[in-house]
Write a protein that binds this ligand. Structure first.
Ligand SMILES: Nc1nc2c(ncn2[C@@H]2O[C@H](COP(=O)(O)OP(=O)(O)OP(=O)(O)O)[C@@H](O)[C@H]2O)c(=O)[nH]1
Ligand SMILES: [Mg+2]
Length: 473
């Protein structure tokens, strides 16, 4: 089967990003000229249509360029390869002599989503050091069986370890058991930790996918979140009760405690513009009898607001889940079930609208990548772009120079590297306005501020983790 040229695939995705950023820029500035101007409203409407049609054409291009089947097959093959590797790593032929890495899942002071992202660090350490991951989740949030209340065990054959043999990270090559730190800041920190992808699959992955790192993270969740029968029954029941079916947009609105330090309040209309745009594009290709939303939120007010302001939508949600988000309910065992079911439904939606500041949004997005050949365009974040906590190397490279027009902007020279690392509490101080600009630090000048996203291209680090050449599938 012929393969597409990697550069062509990347360029086509770049066109998609350029179009989106140009549209954000135009919309933001035109709106700010004068919102009472009727002509302006018409211009905005017309422009919106231009951009919708262009985006739609780009999506169509993916379907008619002759590589659709190749994409499906390649995605399935890559996923099978990684899943097989994880299976082998987790089920060594002789458990007693297998090298292990121990990870405590229950570090206090973290939320469920953030703990699940700790799991990615644990899995990366296991993959990078070729050690079987022993994950202790017993009694997690009041669930005696921990994550196994919902998911299949990480191993069928190898779940015990000898505590007396455990040494601190990184240990020695021949240490029987190494303990991974609970706070995701391993020292030393090999470059297979975020943000990089394994070298031996990097070419195939970059050719296939618009967000290879998110795909890579999704593979760990695909493995760790294989539902057991009991949880799958619960989900199937929920789906029936709610009437969950395609087309459906997954909408997560994270408020309550998140707004204290880590995110900013965003009006429902901002989320709904993205939902509306998804359906308008879909309606260019097919009639939509009923616009559906699956809503997950920790703000009960959203339910009545959305029903009142957007009566044309059918809003599906789990009332028990919304109840469980009240502060005093969060530590109850059942709240884990509700959150995981929400993540399940969000990740299975046709399009996801949420704020990437939240672990729950990022987790759903990562998991979604394991369900499509390339689901990197099936999301719209109302706040920041996708990132990973304590990541190193979320870097873009300037392809055009930029002269700041406002004090908040940074200067760019062609070839400058801009590091996008930003901690949640800092982000809240300079939230993204969705105006085509992104926030970052120019690694040459050390200045941080906003830069026009279209003048940069994304860079991806590749880690030379031990290759699995002996595994042939
Ligand atoms: N079921 C459900 N619970 C939610 C949702 N959003 C927030 N929550 C609740 O809020 C908690 C998440 O807040 P944290 O404890 O800070 O979790 P976190 O993993 O740090 O996630 P973020 O703060 O969103 O990045 C979860 O444990 C839930 O109890 C949601 O959409 N569905
Ligand atoms: Mg949190």
């Amino acid at each position: 089967m012929p393969e597409p040229f990697m550069e062509a695939e990347q360029m086509r995705r770049q066109v998609g990003r350029d179009v989106r950023h140009t549209w954000q820029f135009l919309k933001f500035h035109l709106r700010n000229l004068s919102s009472s101007n009727n002509n302006l409203t018409t211009v905005l409407e017309d422009l919106e249509h231009y951009f919708r049609v262009t985006s739609h054409d780009l999506t169509r291009l993916n379907e008619v360029d002759g590589f659709r089947e190749w994409r499906e097959k390649e995605a399935a093959a890559l996923s099978a390869l990684v899943q097989h590797r994880l299976h082998i790593l987790q089920n060594p032929p002789d458990c007693a002599s297998a090298k292990k890495i121990y990870c405590d899942f229950k570090a206090a002071g973290r939320g469920i989503g953030s703990q699940l992202h700790h799991l990615s660090y644990c899995f990366l350490a296991s993959y990078g050091t070729q050690r079987t991951l022993i994950l202790d989740t017993k009694n997690y949030n009041g669930n005696p069986e921990g994550l196994e209340t919902f998911f299949l065990p990480l191993s069928d054959t190898c779940t015990s370890y000898n505590k007396s043999q455990m040494v601190a990270w990184p240990g020695k090559k021949d240490s029987p058991v190494v303990q991974f730190p609970a706070w995701d800041r391993p020292n030393p920190r090999p470059n297979y930790f975020p943000k990089s992808i394994p070298k031996d699959i990097s070419e195939r992955l970059v050719r296939l996918h618009g967000d290879p790192f998110a795909w890579w993270m999704g593979q760990f969740f695909k493995y760790a979140m294989r539902t057991n029968k009991d949880f799958q029954d619960y989900i199937d029941n929920q789906a029936r009760e709610m009437g969950y079916e395609s087309p459906v947009v997954g909408l997560q609105i994270r408020r309550s405690d998140k707004l204290i330090r880590e995110a900013v309040y965003i009006d429902l209309s901002v989320y709904m513009q993205e939902v509306d745009e998804f359906y308008k594009q879909l309606e260019l290709r097919q009639p939509v009898a009923q616009r559906r939303i699956f809503l997950a939120t920790d703000d009960p007010e959203v339910i009545s607001e959305i029903k009142k302001r957007y009566p044309e939508y059918k809003v599906l949600y789990n009332p028990d889940s919304v109840d469980s988000t009240r502060m005093k309910e969060r530590k109850k065992a059942s709240s884990v079930r509700y959150l995981l079911a929400d993540v399940y439904f969000l990740s299975r939606s046709d399009f996801l609208v949420c704020g990437m500041t939240s672990n729950i949004c990022r987790l759903s997005y990562e998991l979604m990548q394991s369900l499509h050949a390339d689901a990197s365009t099936r999301v719209s974040s109302v706040d920041r772009d996708y990132y990973f906590h304590y990541e190193v190397g979320n870097v873009v490279k300037a392809r055009f120079p930029h002269k700041p027009r406002r004090p908040e902007e940074i200067e760019l020279q062609r070839g400058d590297l801009v590091d996008r690392y930003d901690i949640p509490s800092h982000f809240a101080g300079h939230p993204s306005k969705n105006d085509g600009f992104q926030w970052g630090t120019n690694t040459r000048t050390k200045k941080h501020g906003f830069y026009p996203a279209y003048k940069t291209i994304e860079m991806l680090d590749v880690a030379n983790v031990k290759s699995f050449e002996h595994i042939d599938i």
